[in-house]
Design a protein around this ligand. Structure first.
Ligand SMILES: [Zn+2]
Length: 409
């Protein structure tokens, strides 16, 4: 049951309350279908009810509030972002977009105002893909592009997504019910922290996103031969970790050759993992991103063939599994124009920039026209407990959202 409180806390208090819902005591970790996800949905749902929204949780675990318009049969504008986090995250990534969307409805509700069109606020269940190595699960379900083969994915504790959904009280066979009809939605707007240093450098609180970079993620397994660290001479070894190290260096080397392209290895496990044993197997992730789809594919092919050559030389085996791929997405020119009007009306410089990070808006682009507002964050730091957004910048985000709703047509 959703508990309704009579007044909505302020933006900073809401962010602090959500930050308490963490699996870890340092930083914030809130994964898809975790008890903390359940708590976050309860809390956010209660805030939505407080500001006059009709609240429901859909079949993938997204929390959705609807604020009716003056004309109920008009398609809705969705404002949203995600409520899940990476491991050891900051307080603002995703969360700020959901919190400010609710504040926006609160401002309308207090003045007993409604737009012509209905507004829905969505807190997406999974964007980061932390638990099952598959991003945009929440927004893909809404866009009708959920990949059902991901249901068999296993988390770090051996729990499948299928079982995790069941334990959360959701029916995996009903995920398609989360999909929305294109005719019922006229736009998706996402406000998100920039997660980069550009707005700070420009000395402006907010910007308008023009495109979202594409990304691909792999899981790479290198198999060598485990052996005694004292008795096997170095030239007779098939060391899976040394082989992986060469591959990891090639990620950096190849990605740096191309414009607006980055490559990262953020996770690695070594087995058997003992100080006196030569590593027999190494598993690591590769995350490649580029603003241009063709460049990303080129980097991907170049990297894969280089890693294969490197492993062949060391006589280790390599297997590469693609676990995520998203094309770069262009934000809707119609929405960009209306955001520019909203920025200008609010006396903010309508500064445009691309997004190097993926966002739910990329998945929602399969359903409807999308637009994104970036908010400056301190030193561009994100995916880090040091993530920080100033109160005036949060207020600017709220002003811009309200201006957007007032000019949106
Ligand atoms: Zn995010």
């Amino acid at each position: 049951m959703i508990m309704t409180s009579s007044t909505l806390p302020n933006t900073s208090e809401m962010i602090a309350r959500l930050a308490e819902l963490s699996e870890s005591s340092s930083g914030i970790t809130r994964q898809f279908l975790s008890p903390q996800h359940r708590e976050a949905n309860r809390l956010v749902g209660s805030w939505m009810e407080t500001v006059g929204m009709r609240v429901r949780e859909d079949s993938i675990g997204n929390i959705i509030g609807r604020y009716e318009g003056l004309e109920t049969d008009l398609p809705a504008v969705i404002i949203g972002s995600h409520l899940d986090t990476v491991v050891n995250a900051g307080k603002f990534d995703g969360i700020l977009g959901v919190v400010l969307a609710i504040q926006c409805i609160s401002a309308l509700y207090k003045e007993k105002k409604r737009c012509r069109f209905p507004i829905e606020v969505i807190g997406f269940a999974d964007e980061e893909g932390t638990r099952f190595q598959s991003t945009y699960l929440g927004s893909k379900a809404v866009a009708g592009t959920f990949d059902f083969t991901t249901l068999s994915r296993i988390d770090a504790h051996g729990i499948s997504m299928q079982d995790a959904l069941l334990s959360f009280g959701l029916d995996p066979d009903k995920i398609q019910n989360a999909a929305r009809k294109a005719n019922d939605i006229s736009a998706y707007i996402e406000l998100h922290i920039e997660q980069g240093p550009v707005l700070e450098k420009e000395d402006i609180p907010a910007g308008i996103v023009t495109e979202i970079a594409g990304a691909v993620r792999f899981q790479v397994t290198i198999t060598g031969t485990a052996g005694h660290a004292g008795t096997v001479p170095i030239d007779l070894r098939k060391d899976a970790l040394v082989s992986a190290c060469e591959c990891i260096l090639s990620v950096e080397e190849i990605a740096s050759k191309y414009p607006k392209t980055v490559g990262t290895v953020g996770q690695i496990t070594v087995t058997p993992g003992a100080s006196n044993v030569i590593p027999g197997e190494t598993v690591f992730t590769v995350d490649l991103r580029a603003a241009d789809n063709e460049i990303r594919q080129k980097v991907e092919h170049e990297l894969i063939s280089k890693m294969r050559r490197l492993c062949q030389k060391r006589q280790t085996k390599i297997s590469i599994k693609k676990v995520h791929e998203a094309s770069s997405v262009t934000c809707s020119p119609r929405i960009i124009k209306q955001l520019q009007n909203a920025f200008t009306k609010g006396k903010y410089k309508p500064y445009c920039l691309p997004s190097g990070a993926g966002h739910d808006a990329a998945a929602m682009a399969d359903l409807t026209d999308v637009g994104m507002i970036f908010i400056r964050c301190k030193e561009g730091i994100s995916h880090n407990p040091a993530e920080s957004v100033s109160e005036p910048d949060m207020q600017a985000g709220l002003d811009i959202l309200l201006e957007f709703l007032s000019v949106y047509d």
